[in-house]
Design a binder for this molecule. Sequence first.
Ligand code: NDP
Length: 453
Amino acid sequence: MKSINPATEEVIETHEEHDEATVDARLDAAWDRFESWRETPISRREKLLAAAADVLREHSEEYATLMTEEMGKPVEQAVSEVEKCAWVCDYYAEHASEFLQDEHIGTVPGSKTYVSYEPIGPVLAVMPWNFPFWQVFRFAAPHITAGNVAVLKHAPNVFGCADAIASVFERAGYPDDVFTSLRIPAERVAGVIEDDRVRGVSLTGSTRAGRAVAETSGRELKPTVLELGGSDPFVVLDDAPLEATAKRAARARTQNNGQSCIAAKRFLVHEAVYDEFVERFTEEMRALTVGDPTDPETDVGPQARADLMETLHEQVTASVEAGATLRLGGEPLDRPGHYYPPTVLTDVPEDAPARTEELFGPVATVIRVEDEAEAVRVANDTPYGLGASVWTADAERGEALTTKLTAGNVAVNHVVASDPRVPFSGTKDSGYGTELSRHGIREFVNTKTVWVE
Ligand code: NDP
């Protein structure tokens, strides 16, 4: 299993897959640790999480450099990602006990009735390469503080990040095996889910991977959280301030080299401002600096893997063949590394891949809509339901549209982003279950009713 630098195509490291005996030993150790970790007072678990936040901040350059090397994220964005991981650790270090305290409920006079939230055991996290630190911390910070232990199966191109994350917990002083990592390919995930020592599973990744994990965990009756793909609409109403909105649109599409589940992917623009928006937006996309992700001036680095860039290019080519107009980009750059330029497509037919599939790269589909009703229809005309944003000079008008958009996260005049304080979840093919906030920490707990008379 190889880690390949997507900017240079050089092999960074070759990792040996864990054999069955190693996986078995790690699951045993995880289960044994769970028995004592669940008894560790939550105040102690919170203190350790606060220490993990400090470790992340102290070593942010080191961890950011590793991410950039393994998956090509511009280094400034990688530093922000490490800082965000520290934030989620701080957040649950401050709030976990409040979110999980017993809830007393008045029932029969003289009886004591309450709900307690108890950990369930080792939880498997199947994670992708696009936010190799954030997605793991977003999972681990709440769930290990709730008293579960974490078993990570990371994407093979970021196994170095998986080791670095394990080092964060070690440096923070956690007991061994509260956080464990398995070096296994996707084909061996079902076997781990089926194992009695694993009590739940969380996956971030494609809808295809989500379905496979849901099938196994459904058969095994294990709770599952699925954070899958998206094709988020970015709705520009006729009163939106176009200069600022076009700038935000270009950033919303190209953050993380365009490889984000909640990146804006389809831009639905009111016909009254369509021409001007397309012009301004295309110029903003053209002005982005594409290049070496270790250079702090870079806006857009390489795509994380060769096959991902090839898929993206096939989607663009098929859309153009189906009748879309290519306004910008559209060809891989002729240089080493998997560089795909910011690309703008307009006039995309309804059944072309740029409208029906997730485009996981810096490619924007701009669609003309005649009014709000059509904007809503097109926004919801996707198998996905992750995020959506509305851009307007009238926040009330924007807010009125939020009830009509089928998505887990809807923003007005704000780029959709995850934030530890608010729930993050999808609907339809974007998955189910919630991450972050007080809701996220309750996904892998036994909600136990205690009734004493
Ligand atoms: P995958 O969904 O295939 O990979 C994400 C994680 O799931 C990896 O750890 C992967 O392991 C694992 N996985 C894949 N298939 C299975 C399976 N059948 N059973 C159990 N685990 C599985 O994403 P890719 O990296 O191949 O990217 C493909 C597309 O997925 C992207 O172009 C994008 O559209 C979408 N995607 C969405 C993400 C998001 O943030 N929502 C993140 C990443 C991708 P392994 O790598 O070993 O196969």
